[in-house]
Design a protein around this ligand. Structure first.
Ligand code: ADE
Length: 252
């Protein structure tokens, strides 16, 4: 199956370099997905191709007008039999996570609306199946958010990475942060690779990696542990780590 992603933007050219390069470029060449950026100004009718206007009620900045957005969606939706899933980008949306990426990676066709200026006329959001935020900060537009989201989705598509395993094993996919990794040389500037990784004992290596992932998650992102699936033994291990942490905090 070829997955189809489209963006509506007033700066459609900003996507070219990123989607043309490296893994994403290759995945497109291999027909795994397509990405098309549409210029919102193509659906304006005035000489200046106006897409924004002042907000009713006053206030600073300009808003994106509803009409070009609605017309763009009518035209883009009608161009294929596959009804698109529609995503709008806004800091007021639901936070984008790996789980959202996994869910979106099942959709055959997605159209992303990238806002600019101070926001979008509220009526345009009636077109959205979902509103996504990249995080609690304000970007100048949705284009960067769109690139991030498409990147995170595409690497989950079957065959996109070439190596099916690598998308599986990483941070967040198991609800934990990824374990530490090392390559040659085994000793560098006095820093040594953990002995067990050089042992060739795959069982021991797997246990070390799991324990290391748990430790890192406890130290860096304990909030993730609530969602993670842990064995009884692992829960005990985590509890011990958390207790040590609490004790260390009390002592300092
Ligand atoms: N547009 C502006 N800021 C954004 C954010 N944080 N997430 C998604 N879209 C945005």
């Amino acid at each position: 199956m070829r997955y189809s992603y489209e963006a509506i933007s007033v700066f459609p050219e900003v996507f070219d370099a990123y989607f043309g390069s490296s893994i994403l470029g290759k995945a497109q060449d291999r027909g795994i997905f397509s990405f098309t950026a549409h210029n919102l100004r193509d659906w304006t009718h005035d000489r200046h191709k106006t897409v924004d206007d002042a907000p009713f009620g006053g206030g600073a900045g300009m808003l994106m007008k509803p009409a070009p957005i609605f017309e763009a969606f009518d035209a883009i939706s009608a161009a294929s039999n596959e009804k698109p899933y529609v995503v709008f980008f806004t800091p007021t949306g639901t936070p984008f996570t790996q789980q959202v990426a996994e869910r979106l990676s099942k959709k055959p066709r997605i159209v992303f609306m990238c806002g600019r200026y101070e926001g979008i006329d509220q009526r345009a959001y009636s077109l959205a199946d979902e509103e996504l935020s990249l995080g609690d900060y304000v970007l100048t537009g949705g284009e960067l958010a769109c690139m991030v989201v498409v990147d995170a989705i595409v690497r989950l598509l079957p065959g996109a990475l070439g190596d099916e395993m690598s998308a599986q094993d990483e941070s967040f996919s198991a609800g934990l942060l990824e374990y530490e990794q090392y390559t040659r040389p085994s000793s560098y500037r006095g820093m040594n690779v953990p002995e067990v990784l050089l042992s060739g004992n795959h069982g021991k290596i797997a246990s070390w990696r799991r324990a290391n992932a748990l430790e890192r998650t406890v130290l860096r992102r304990p909030d993730l542990l609530e969602q993670a699936t842990l064995s009884k033994e692992e829960e005990l291990f985590v509890q011990q780590l958390l207790n040590t942490r609490i004790k260390e905090n009390d002592e300092s």
